[in-house]
Write a protein that binds this ligand. Structure first.
Ligand code: CUA
Length: 177
């Protein structure tokens, strides 16, 4: 029985480690599993962004669904938000979905408290309002490299009666070539 305490210590170590794993990882694994089941996973592979899925270039910009909900999808990458200019209806709830192709960026709306950390591998979400029609700048507020200080996009909010008059392809973005 000389080795008993040692064995016991070993078992206690394994048990402790398992409990620690459960405590740290379990909520995360459960959330991931439930998001996958519900089809709302926020995990995304940065290497596949340009090839397929929600953030391919043709799917970026403003989308209005059949219920009238407005979603803006953006890709953050050194040193641009794509698209660089977004059209939205003023006064409506705008749901932003943003991911990063490379490093951590921070999407902000100048003159408001709204900001969103954008991390590669993850879809970040923000609900925003643009009460008045006009132009809003949306700079990056996380140092992301040499071009950080020029990383800027803008939102053009149109009067709520003007926005629906645009064709769906005109609503996507207002970036000039
Ligand atoms: Cu992106 Cu700073």
């Amino acid at each position: 029985m000389a080795g008993f305490p040692k064995k016991l210590r070993f078992l206690a170590g394994i048990l402790g480690f398992s409990l620690l794993w459960l405590w740290v990882r379990f909520p995360y694994e459960m959330r991931n599993a439930s998001e996958k089941l519900l089809g709302i996973s926020r995990e995304i592979d940065p290497l596949q962004l340009h090839l397929s899925g929600e953030f391919v270039e043709s799917n970026l910009g403003t989308e209005v669904d059949s219920q009238g909900s407005v979603t803006v999808r953006l890709l953050a990458q050194q040193y641009d938000f794509v698209p660089r200019c977004m059209l939205v209806p003023a006064g409506a709830a705008i749901h932003f979905r943003i991911t990063s192709a490379d490093v951590v960026h921070r999407f902000t709306i100048a003159g408001t408290e709204d900001q969103l950390e954008v991390v590669p591998g993850h879809v970040s979400e923000l609900q925003a309002h643009f009460e008045k029609a006009g132009e809003y700048t949306t700079p990056c507020h996380e140092f992301c490299g040499a071009g950080h200080y020029n990383m800027l996009s803008r939102v053009v909010a149109l009067r709520s009666d003007a926005f629906p008059k645009l064709r769906p392809d005109q609503r996507v973005n207002c970036a000039t070539p």
